[in-house]
Design a protein around this ligand. Structure first.
Ligand code: FAD
Length: 281
């Protein structure tokens, strides 16, 4: 963990593009209340394959118009270089200077993977097109990406992204801080000098979390699963327990020198704000 302690701590919040005007109105309120916490930036996810891309552009604009820094996610799978180049140019004009660069996942039923195979190729392309204009964040997987051929390969693939020019990383969420500590130690051994900010998922809905965690390869430890299962439909108990567990983990991460936290807010204020307050940030 030593190298991580050198970086200043930074806090950021992630949104997904709302699908309706009502969703956008609601998100504006969430943005303003979380904005009062003075985050480094708000990031906005980007759907591979096209469906939510306009939503990303619109959400990013509204964040900027409200006076905050926005960091759009940009996934490359299924895209052409021309397409990515146009998006980068328009972000540059718009005054965006931070991008979360990802491969993304092909929407089911689509087969044309496009001109990029992996995120390291996107990072390289962004650097070649725009030099040092963008601060590039990439994804990191302390519990390993579900498609990785091995833990070692996954680490080496993370290294490719850093060597291609990534400035920092945000992790997939996890509930095992040891996985994160080991991951940053491994990065140190590989001589990777970038901050690796833990991605934090507040626990609010067990069924949804379990489904999502299976898909993205994040482990919910047995003791957490069993407790959450035992609450059944008792949402209040799930929230209270989740808040407790996640706040404690965040505290442990920050005390050990994690360079900040990135919250997967799920477009709601309360769960993130509760953790924030518990941490006394
Ligand atoms: P990569 O780094 O390309 O890795 C993908 C897999 O390929 C890994 O198993 C890796 O080991 C392997 N690999 C990588 N490079 C090589 C190589 N050169 N040769 C062989 N194998 C290689 N998805 C979205 O669609 N939109 C979003 O907005 C979004 N935001 C995210 C934000 C964060 C912080 C995180 C952690 C994930 C996000 N995702 C998003 C999900 C992400 O797109 C998926 O996890 C996707 O499957 C992998 O993307 P990546 O950028 O990590 O891919």
């Amino acid at each position: 963990m030593e190298s991580q302690q050198e970086y200043p701590q930074q806090f950021s919040f992630e949104f997904f593009p709302p699908k309706t005007p009502e969703g956008a109105e609601k998100l504006a309120k969430v943005r303003d209340s979380l904005g009062a916490l003075n985050p480094k930036y708000f990031s906005v996810t980007f759907g591979a394959g096209g469906s939510t891309q306009q939503g990303t552009f619109d959400t990013v604009k509204s964040i900027q118009q409200a006076g905050f820094n926005a960091a759009p996610h940009l996934s490359c799978v299924g895209s052409t270089k021309e397409n990515i180049s146009e998006i980068l140019a328009s972000y540059k004009v718009q005054g965006i200077n931070r991008i979360v660069a990802l491969r993304g996942d092909m929407p089911s039923g689509t087969h044309d993977i496009g001109e990029f195979r992996y995120a390291n190729e996107l990072v390289e392309f962004i650097r070649s097109e725009t030099n040092d204009h963008f601060h590039i964040e990439v994804a990191a997987y302390p519990e390993f990406h579900p498609q990785a051929s091995s833990a070692e390969d996954d680490l080496n693939n993370f290294k490719r992204k850093v060597e291609a020019g990534a400035n920092s990383a945000i992790t997939q969420y996890f509930f095992n801080p040891d996985a994160y500590f080991r991951f940053v130690d491994d990065c140190e051994d590989l001589n990777l000098k970038v901050p690796v900010v833990p991605g934090i998922m507040p626990i609010t809905n067990y069924t949804q979390l379990a489904r999502f965690s299976d898909m993205c390869g994040a482990e919910i430890p047995r003791w957490i699963r069993k407790r959450l299962e035992s609450y059944g439909d008792d949402k209040e108990s799930i929230k209270a327990f989740g808040e407790d567990v996640v706040s404690e983990m965040c505290q442990q991460l920050l005390e050990a020198g994690a360079p900040g936290l990135h919250f997967y807010t799920m477009n709601i204020t309360a769960p993130t704000l509760a953790i924030w307050k518990n941490l006394g940030l």
